[in-house]
Ligand binder design. Structure first.
Ligand code: UD1
Ligand code: MG
Length: 437
């Protein structure tokens, strides 16, 4: 986008309808705060500067990924008042300003660009609008001869105006200079006593500004005011993520697979039903994720098989062609190429060498109640079923641990370790024991 563009993202509203201790815009969609979705879209639309308007004590603003300059609006007296809280940023003399709401996480860069393009093309103001059969609660966009003549808030609208189905998304592109300066003329003579950004249109009409509409889908401008709308936004996000994934991966039952904003699936990944991808998951080409698996903060290399019923926790690094089977949990551990943990196993804080085989019920005892310790299992090692490896401990390459062992000392390469009570057989004792009872 040529020219200097300033994006102002409003997030100083009280968010009362969420009934939450968490600020509204920090509620997550696809595992990412709503405000980050908006800021991401603005970045992709190519704004040259982005600023945020927040309420006092908004510590969250400093925790954002690329924390923009934040202006405090105190008290919140309406959307126009909020934009003017950032007026210091106007000093950079932007060619265009685009205003967005922090509670509309589904906005796309393309729609922001479309509104800005109208201003670049000569309009003084471009309103991003959408059509809906259920316009209740939105400002109605009133048109005459292809020009926007007013935006009427629900509370101030006549019956005839309420019947209008063209609604204001909240995104507005304003040309620098006179249109931007006109913000100062907005008053608060409305039913709520607030300074409405939408009143800029009536002022612009009196001044003869060219004011147009750019259209977006109702879906992408959904404003989240309560938790039901949050769930609606999540549903749209998931739908988008599934479609994107299916461009190159197979989802057997797409509506049962849940993605995060940063999930990466390689080509020909095959995902069976009921799988959850938490944040930070990268799955390489050709991997099969079997049903009912839960992954977060994990990497899975090509050709590996995960699940069914597997849990990969943060730091799980599954090597090429490795197998992670049912009821296996892996945390902060590397599973080497072709290694197998197929049944009922916990691998935490461990390095498992290539081709090692962990029998059913293998547990790395990584926590002594105070500290975490690492377990190292050499390549080609074999851990017999139901063994406990008490960390810190190392099992050597191609070593063998007998079933049911509790391993507390290092096992040298190629050694056999047996760490269990010895079996004793008492001849003919079974019948007499039964008589005793
Ligand atoms: C607003 C629009 C309405 C539009 C709708 C789309 C106005 C007057 N109304 O209504 O035309 O159809 O969005 O969702 O603009 N905010 C502040 N400071 C304030 C007030 C609000 O920062 O003093 C922020 C909020 O945090 C929020 C955004 O502005 O991100 C919109 O405020 P909200 O109260 O949700 O406006 P709506 O009633 O939804
Ligand atoms: Mg709103």
């Amino acid at each position: 986008m040529a020219g200097k563009t300033l994006a102002i993202v409003l997030a100083a509203g009280k968010g009362t309808r969420m009934r939450s201790k968490v600020p509204k815009v920090m509620h997550k969609v696809g595992g990412l705060p709503m405000i980050e979705h908006v800021l991401g879209a603005v970045r992709m639309a190519g704004a040259s500067e982005t600023v945020l308007v927040v309420a006092p004590d908004s510590d969250w603003a400093g925790t954002l990924a690329q924390a923009p300059r934040a202006f405090v609006q105190d008290p919140p007296l309406g959307t126009a008042h909020a934009v003017l809280a950032a007026r210091e940023a106007f000093a950079s003399a932007p060619d265009a300003v685009v205003v967005l709401f922090g509670d509309s996480p589904l906005i796309t860069p393309a729609s922001i660009e479309r509104a800005l393009a109208r201003v670049r093309g000569g309009a003084d103001i471009a309103v991003l609008a959408f059509r809906t059969d259920t316009p209740t609660g939105y400002g109605r966009v009133l048109m005459a001869d292809g020009q926007v003549v007013a935006i009427r808030e629900e509370a101030d609208a006549s019956d005839a105006e309420r019947a209008v189905t063209l609604c204001n998304s909240g995104v507005m592109a304003i040309a620098g200079g006179a249109p931007l300066a006109a913000l100062d003329e907005i008053g608060n003579a409305n039913s709520k006593g607030e300074y409405y950004l939408t009143d800029l249109i009536a002022i612009g009409r009196a001044k003869g500004f060219a004011m147009v509409v750019a259209e977006a889908s109702a879906e992408e401008v959904l404003g989240v005011n309560d938790r039901a709308q949050l769930a609606q936004a999540e549903a749209v996000f998931q739908d988008r993520a599934r479609r994107a994934a299916m461009e190159h991966a197979t989802l057997e039952a797409p509506h049962t697979v849940y993605f995060s904003h940063d999930t990466v699936l390689g080509e020909d990944v095959h995902v069976e039903p009921n799988v959850v991808f938490g944040p930070g998951v990268e799955v390489a080409a050709g991997v099969r994720i079997r049903a009912f698996s839960h992954l977060e903060g994990a990497r899975v290399a090509s050709g590996a098989v995960v699940g069914p019923f597997a849990r990969l926790r943060p730091g799980a690094d599954i090597g090429p062609k490795a197998h992670v089977g049912n009821f296996v949990e892996i945390k902060n551990a590397v599973l080497g190429a072709g290694a197998k943990a197929n049944h009922l196993t916990y691998v935490g804080d461990a390095d498992v060498g290539a081709g090692a085989n962990l029998g059913a019920g293998t547990i790395t005892c990584n926590y002594d109640g105070v500290h975490k310790h690492r377990t190292t299992i050499g390549q080609g090692a074999f851990i017999g079923s139901n063994s406990a490896l008490v960390a810190p401990v190392r099992v050597g390459e191609r070593a063998y641990v007998a079933s049911g062992s509790v391993v507390t000392e290092d096992v040298p390469d190629e050694a056999l370790a047996i760490g269990r009570g010895r079996q004793v057989n008492k001849p003919a004792r079974s019948p007499s024991r039964r008589r005793d009872h």
